[in-house]
Design a protein around this ligand. Structure first.
Ligand SMILES: [Zn+2]
Length: 315
């Protein structure tokens, strides 16, 4: 099986703990993927406590670490510079692309969007759980700020995919109204199956589908089932089937949240994922749907997102 994973915190975790991306001490490591090809979104996680210059310096530090890791492990993985072309790597050399989790990375300065795009950031979650200069997360649901509303078209112009995971419900609907290009929820499940506010309501999922977007299935036990009581393959498949029944079969992907969350032991390391998919298939996931979720939908999304940029007038 091939894998395209829309979210992990491995880069941030390694920088914080003084590890390398191939240390073997993280849930995800590029030297033990065990699949036919893997393309990984690596997030710079922005703590809600950082603002302004502190946030900028923090991002710069993790970004410098990202560059240093690429230099140190040349051949072990490569940066996916063009997602439409580089999201289907060979088994020998996985690819990875940079994302940011938290709009505080802009420090309220929209001119930083161009710099982020130039540095290879391909996706931005507008908030983490709290509020920042762009808007309110699910724990502080104040909607988008005026700067947040202005950020949407600028991100779209610069090819940075807008990510609504962690965003509060109010902000979600503002993004849905403002977005001219497809947007994503990189790591969120179905609220109808597990009623956590980080998961998506049916209407939210349908809005993402309508926009041509993508939703990454999160492996966090507490987003799979209430209080993590039943993080079984069968339960995770319930989320997928629920989304598929809403007309979203072509809009479900993976957003593992590796190294950012406690995930069930049957899939708690990247090298277990191939086997975990087999367990999900044994629990009722159709093999063709499994292939779509693992990589085909994300591949189609990246192609669609690229094509959508051509000739679009963002006035
Ligand atoms: Zn997250």
């Amino acid at each position: 099986m091939r894998i395209i994973d829309l979210h992990c915190d491995t880069l941030t975790e390694c920088e914080k703990r003084g590890l390398t991306l191939l240390s073997g001490q993280t849930q995800l490591a590029f030297d033990r993927l065990g699949v036919d090809g893997w393309c990984q979104a690596v997030a710079v996680f922005m703590p809600d406590t950082l603002r302004g210059r502190e946030a900028v310096e923090y991002f710069d530090r993790v970004y410098a670490f990202w560059l240093a890791q690429q230099d140190a492990h040349r051949g072990a993985f490569a940066e996916a510079k063009n997602l439409a072309e580089d999201c289907m790597p060979s088994p020998e050399c996985p690819t990875a692309f940079l994302t940011v989790e938290g709009g505080s990375v802009l420090a309220g300065d929209l001119s930083r969007i161009a710099m982020l795009a130039q540095r290879g950031v391909r996706m931005l979650a507008l908030t983490w759980n709290g509020a920042n200069e762009l808007g309110g997360g699910q724990a502080e649901d104040i909607g988008l700020t005026p700067i947040g509303r202005q950020a949407i078209p600028l991100l779209e112009q610069h090819g940075i995919i807008v990510d609504v995971s962690h965003l509060g419900d109010k902000g979600f609907w503002e993004v849905a109204g403002l977005a001219k290009r497809p947007f994503v929820a990189s790591h969120s499940n179905a609220r109808a199956i597990c009623g956590h506010p980080r998961n998506l309501t049916d209407d939210q999922f349908k809005a993402i589908v309508q926009a041509g977007g993508l939703v990454g299935i999160n492996f966090y036990t507490c987003f799979i089932s209430q209080d993590g009581r039943d993080p079984s393959p069968r339960k995770l498949v319930e989320h997928i089937h629920h989304f598929a029944a809403l007309g979203g079969e072509d809009h479900i992907a993976l957003g593992s949240d590796y190294d950012g969350a406690s995930v069930p032991d049957w899939m708690d390391r990247s090298e277990k994922l191939d086997c975990a998919i087999s367990l999900m298939i044994k629990s009722g996931l159709e093999p063709a749907l499994a292939e779509k979720i693992c990589y085909k939908n994300a591949r189609a999304f990246f192609a669609r997102y690229g094509a959508d940029a051509v000739g679009r007038n963002h006035t």
